[in-house]
Design a protein around this ligand. Sequence first.
Ligand code: ADP
Ligand code: AMP
Length: 217
Amino acid sequence: MKIVLLGPPGAGKGTQAKFISEKYSIPHISTGDIFRKNISEKTPLGVKAKSYLDAGKLVPDEVTIDIVKDRLSMKDCKNGFLLDGFPRTVNQAEALDLFLNGKGEQIDTALLIDVPKELILERMTGRRVCPSCGASYHIKFNPTKVKGKCDACGADVIQRKDDTESTVKDRLDVYGKQTQPLIGYYEKQNQLSKVDGTGEIDKVFERVINVLGAVGK
Ligand code: ADP
Ligand code: AMP
């Protein structure tokens, strides 16, 4: 399966991606995670990306597209992949199509996790992440078993710097202007599928499985 996950920041893409990638045995590729790892390791890419992430703005396409192409060229993507947070602009989507078409491939679906704007702010400001293994939690909706400690690896969970109320508002603005048009882009290509992203995490996953099971049938 070659899947693109769409949806506003805070829709639950990363949360669902973890389950989808396990079920279909495909790598979960999050451009946000790639940037954060590079920032924490202070690599040249991290130095370039930091100011954009801090401000809730998009890292320029020319940087982001090459990173994804390199990642998709790795062996573990042979049987499919799950892209989370990419593409985020029409330009990125076109570059992805071009890259895959060049190999005689295309995505199976762009799956939109649909969550109304009113729910997003609470989801994002309550998000806590593990800086060590990338697991994502929520103080109210998906708390860690031991307060402040990652269930998976025991590291201290943190709040992302860009999950504060004012940056979340900027990110939602960026989403509306630059990423939402992708819904129409994939709809036109008959590649869009949709799930209701409200309700409990495992209920959303059930819906995801149903929708993915129907893709291509
Ligand atoms: P995204 O990757 O789309 O930005 P995340 O998967 O990190 O979003 O989810 C954002 C926040 O919302 C996290 O704190 C996560 O635990 C929480 N969350 C995810 N799915 C749900 C859900 N169905 N109901 C309530 N909270 C959720
Ligand atoms: P995320 O983890 O998906 O919420 O992404 C966090 C931040 O990383 C975004 O606010 C952007 O600054 C940057 N980012 C992630 N993916 C992309 C992308 N496809 N294009 C540009 N910037 C991105």
